[in-house]
Ligand binder design. Structure first.
Ligand code: PLP
Length: 496
C-alpha cells in the first residue's frame, strides 16, 4: 500500500516519499509524517536469517513506496558497504546483562552514519525521479556528529553541495577536527557563535526565507536538509531496531515474539522515534527508555506533560545530546494528538513563542510506552568506569548516559526484560571524557596520546576515522554570528 507524507502542522496535500525527502521540511514549517505506519510483512523468523542489507530493504520498501525495487536496492548497496568496518554493520555486544547495539562502525564512527551513508543516494535518486535539474544544497546544523557524517556522505556527490553549521565552542576537539579537515569542493563548514539550538533555528529560518529560496532557484539551487527532521534519515534508522531483534532471535537470546526494551540516548528525538515507529510496525518492543543528560527537558516532559525549554543550556560530556528543542518530538506530539495538525501547530507555536507547551491528560496517557530518565555528569563518568572495570568494555559518554538511565530503570521497576541499549558513538570520538572517567591520571596527555592509550586499555584498534585526522590539514576556518548565517550561505554559493 502506498505511503504518502503529510505535514504535522496543516492539511496540505500529502506528497510522495521522494518529494518528502527532497523537501526535508514542509512548507508550513512542520515535519513530514507517513499517513500511516506500515506493518512488517515478513515474519520475525524470516527476518532472523537476513543480512543487514536485506532487512534494510524489507523495512524501507514499506515507507519509500514510490522507489522501485532496483532503485532502493541500489541505494542500500552503495550505503552499507566497505565504509563500515564490520560485515554485520551493527554488531551487538553484551555487557552487564544488556545488549549494546553498536551503531558506530561507519565512516565517522557515530550512529549518524547509519542514515547519512544512505541519505545522499536516496536524495539523488529522488531528484532524478522528480526530474529536478537544480543543484541540491544541503543545509545542516550539527551538535557534532551529524555534521561530519553528512559531510562524509555528501562530499563529491554530483549535483549536491553541503553547508554545515556547528557551535564553535560546543563540540569535542576530535569532532571539530573531523569536520574542519573535510575534503571536497562541494563542502563548506562554518563555526557559529552560539549553541546547537541557535544553529538549528538559524537553519530552519533559512529554509522558510521565501526571498532567499526564490533567489536561489533563479541560480539553479534548492535547499534540502540532512538533519533528522528529514524522513530520509528517519526511515533508515528504523532498520537497525528490526535487525537487532532479528540478531537476538537468530542467536537464541530471545524467542520469536518475546518483547524487548530499548534504551536510547536522546537529543533531537530522532533515534528513539525510529524505535517507536519500529514498535508500531509490529516489532515486539515493550518500553522505550528515553535517556537524557543534564539538559533533561525530555525527562521533565515525560514526568509532567510540560515541555519547557526556558532553562539554562548546559554543556556536557555528551554534546550530541546538548539540545533543548528536540525537533522530532513534534512527530510524536502530532501522533498522540490523534494526527491533529491544528492541535500540534498550536503547541509548536507556543514552543516558538513562550518556549513551552503543555499536553492534555488524554495525550499523556498515550505516552505509556515511554519511560524518561536522565544522568548527571558524575553518574555518566561512574558508569564508564564501572563497565570498563567489570567487563573491560569501553563505552562513550552518550552510550553511558543511556546505560546509567537503564540502570535506574531496572532499579526502579525491577523489569528484567531483555534490553537493547543504542550505542551511538565510538569512545574514540570522545577520548578525553572517556579516559578521564576511567582514571584522572590521564589528564595531562594530549588528545592523540589518549587515543593510543584507549586503544591499548580497551584492546581495540584505533578506527580509521581517527587515524585519518591525526595529520590532516585544516581546510575550513569560517566563523560567523548566528544572524550572518544566510549571508554565509550566499557567499558559498556565490550569490553575492
Ligand atoms: C545525535 C546523537 C545522539 C542523539 O540522537 P537523536 O536522534 O538526536 O536523539 C546521541 N548520541 C550520539 C553520539 C549522537 O551523535
Amino acid at each position: 500500500m502506498e505511503v504518502l507524507y503529510k505535514s504535522t502542522r496543516s492539511r496540505q496535500e500529502p506528497v510522495s516519499a521522494s518529494m518528502a525527502i527532497l523537501k526535508g521540511l514542509t512548507e508550513d514549517g512542520g515535519l513530514f509524517v507517513p499517513d500511516h505506519i506500515p506493518a512488517l510483512d515478513k515474519s520475525l523468523k524470516e527476518l532472523a536469517v537476513m543480512s543487514y542489507q536485506e532487512i534494510a530493504y524489507e523495512v524501507m520498501k514499506l515507507y519509500l513506496t514510490d522507489f522501485s525495487e532496483e532503485e532502493l536496492k541500489n541505494c542500500i548497496a552503495k550505503a552499507y558497504d566497505k565504509k563500515f568496518d564490520t560485515e554485520v554493520i551493527a554488531p551487538l555486544a553484551e555487557a552487564e546483562g544488556a545488549y549494546f547495539l553498536e551503531l558506530f562502525h561507519g565512516a565517522t564512527i557515530a550512529f549518524k552514519d547509519m542514515a547519512l551513508s544512505i541519505l545522499p543516494h536516496l536524495l539523488t535518486t529522488s531528484a532524478k525521479k522528480n526530474h529536478i535539474a537544480n543543484e541540491i544544497v544541503i543545509l545542516t546544523a550539527t551538535s557534532g556528529d551529524t555534521g561530519k557524517a553528512a559531510l562524509a556522505g555528501f562530499a563529491g556527490v554530483e549535483g549536491t553541495r553541503i553547508v554545515v553549521f556547528y557551535p564553535k565552542n560546543g563540540v569535542s576537539p576530535i569532532q571539530e577536527k573531523q569536520m574542519v579537515t573535510q575534503r571536497g569542493e562541494n563542502t563548506f563548514v562554518v563555526g557559529i557563535h552560539g549553541n546547537f539550538d541557535d544553529a538549528q533555528t538559524g537553519v530552519k529560518k533559512i529554509f522558510s526565507d521565501r526571498q532567499l529560496t526564490t533567489e536561489m532557484a533563479g541560480q539553479g539551487f534548492q535547499f534540502s536538509s540532512a538533519n533528522s527532521i528529514n524522513i530520509g534519515r528517519l526511515v533508515p534508522q528504523i532498520v537497525y531496531y528490526v535487525y537487532a531483534y532479528a540478531r537476538l532471535l537468530a542467536e537464541g537470546k530471545i524467542e520469536a515474539g518475546q518483547r524487548i526494551n530499548v534504551t536510547v540516548p536522546t537529543g533531537n528525538f530522532g533515534n528513539i522515534l525510529a524505535a517507536y515507529y519500529a514498535k508500531n510496525m509490529g516489532l515486539p518492543i515493550d518500553r522505550l527508555i528515553c535517556a537524557s543528560n543534564e539538559n533533561k527537558v525530555l525527562y521533565d516532559f515525560f514526568c509532567t506533560g510540560v515541555y519547557d525549554r526556558n532553562r539554562e543550556f548546559i554543556l556536557t560530556s555528551s554534546p550530541s545530546m546538548d539540545i533543548l528543542i528536540s525537533s522530532n518530538l513534534e512527530r510524536l506530539i502530532y501522533r498522540i494528538a490523534g494526527d491533529d495538525p491544528e492541535e500540534n501547530a498550536r503547541l509548536m507555536t507556543a514552543l516558538g513563542g513562550q518556549g513551552r507547551y503543555e499536553i492534555t491528560e488524554k495525550m499523556q496517557e498515550k505516552l505509556q510506552d515511554f519511560y524518561g530518565g536522565y544522568a548527571a555528569e558524575e553518574e555518566t563518568a561512574a558508569t564508564i568506569r564501572r563497565i570498563y572495570g567489570s567487563c573491560g568494555y569501553v563505552i562513550d559518554p552518550h552510550t553511558a548516559v543511556a546505560a546509567t538511565v537503564y540502570g535506574k530503570y531496572v532499579q526502579e521497576t525491577g523489569d528484567r526484560t531483555p534490553t537493547i541499549i543504542a550505542s551511538t558513538a565510538s569512545p574514540f570520538k570522545f577520548t578525553r571524557s572517556v579516559m578521564n572517567a576511567i582514571d584522572h591520571k590521564y589528564d595531562s596527555m594530549t588528545d592523540f596520546e589518549l587515543v593510543d592509550e584507549l586503544s591499548r586499555i580497551a584492546n581495540v584498534a584505533v578506527p580509521a576515522a581517527i587515524e585519518e585526522i591525526r595529520s590532516a590539514p585544516v581546510l575550513h576556518d569560517n566563523i560567523c554570528e548566528v544572524y550572518e548565517m544566510p549571508d554565509t550561505v550566499k557567499r558559498f554559493l556565490k550569490l553575492q
